[in-house]
Design a protein around this ligand. Structure first.
Ligand code: ADP
Ligand code: MG
Length: 319
């Protein structure tokens, strides 16, 4: 590896973790995680509050040491290659400390000057480009303390854009943002992804994953319960059948007996998650049980159903 081409031959994954584990005392915050984030993906790291997302991100960025396990970032073993790799990774975890009495632009100029690779002659240009990306150019001269929460978050994102990045790691980047701020952040992420930047973003919002992500990893109580391309994860786990019948009670009994989960019924239909039961078998058994079937559908699962199926928990689906 030469310094001129620091990421040469760095492999197909932007992130790989191997049994990565973090305990706080007796509590296992992250449990034997095997994360695989393909290069160029927008990877949605999804899970309810307390499921271990932030701890994982802190582990990835070597802000905290693992109890056991290891990982590579941009194909390089960490923390060994941290000096070379971390400058290529923009992150938003705790947010940089901004000076309340300086304007947004002056705050970024300070951060830019602190960067090792920054050419002072082009600082203003870099800073304004970063401000423009997050839609803050018009308020660049306003003091930071006058910024709304959303503007502060967008300034933190702008700070990640002061140098070219191969990857962005964003911990709940739209948390606390108003709808306009949320749209701007999502547009920024999409734009960067289109340029080939790998983005790992944590979220507890399903809609965010559905709108932005190519891949998803689902956390539940410190473990990764599913990961892969979004379409694979949703189709593999939660195909639902809907049976239209005027005898929902015996129909539900048949579905339950076959091993379908989350069997729910209405006045004239029942549905359940298929799991690995073949749909033809469901029809045959219903007929065998004497249930009059007026309609039968296998529905494409939504992300929400998938996660409820995986975790047994509801998600905050707003946003
Ligand atoms: N510094 C810490 N000390 C003790 N427990 C922690 C610490 N950081 C996180 N935890 C615990 O680890 C679990 C995972 O937390 P976190 O990674 O913040 O989850 P998430 O980001 O998904 O909400 C939680 O139960 C949290 O209370
Ligand atoms: Mg968190």
């Amino acid at each position: 590896m030469t310094d001129a081409d620091p990421m040469a031959a760095a492999g197909e994954h932007a992130v790989r973790t191997h049994g990565l584990t973090k305990r706080f005392g007796r509590q296992v915050a992250v449990d034997r995680l095997d994360l695989a984030v393909p290069r160029g993906s927008v990877y949605g790291f999804l899970g309810p509050n307390g499921s271990g997302k932030t701890t994982t991100i802190r582990l990835l960025l070597t802000l905290v040491r693992p109890t056991s396990g290891r990982h590579e970032l941009l194909g390089r073993p960490m923390p060994l290659a941290a000096d070379r790799v971390l400058p290529r990774v923009g992150s938003l975890v705790e947010g940089p400390a901004f000076h309340p009495y300086l304007s947004g632009r002056d705050n970024l100029l300070r951060l830019d000057a602190a960067g090792r690779v920054a050419d002072p002659a082009t600082a203003r240009c870099r800073v304004d480009a970063a401000l423009d990306r997050v839609g803050l150019l018009a308020v660049a001269r306003k003091r930071y303390r006058a910024y709304s929460l959303g503007m502060r978050q967008r300034l933190a994102l702008a700070a990640t854009q002061l140098q070219p990045r191969d990857m962005l790691v964003l911990d709940e980047p739209t948390n606390g943002l108003d709808p306009q701020g949320t749209r701007e952040v999502r547009a920024l992420v999409s734009g960067l992804a289109a340029e080939g930047v790998t983005v790992l973003l944590s979220t507890h919002l399903l809609s965010e994953v559905e709108q932005l992500c190519t891949h998803v990893g689902v956390m539940h109580r410190g473990t990764l319960v599913a990961q892969g391309p979004l379409a694979d994860v949703t189709s593999a786990t939660a195909v639902r059948v809907v049976v239209r019948t005027d005898q929902p009670v015996p129909a539900a009994a048949t579905l339950s007996r076959l091993g379908l989960t989350q069997v729910t019924g209405g006045a004239d239909e029942v549905s359940g998650l298929l799991g690995d039961v073949a749909p033809e078998r469901v029809v045959a058994e219903l007929v065998g049980d004497g249930v009059p079937v007026r309609g039968f559908a296998v529905t494409a699962p939504g992300l929400e159903e998938t996660f409820v199926g995986l975790t047994g928990e509801g998600f905050d689906v707003s946003g």
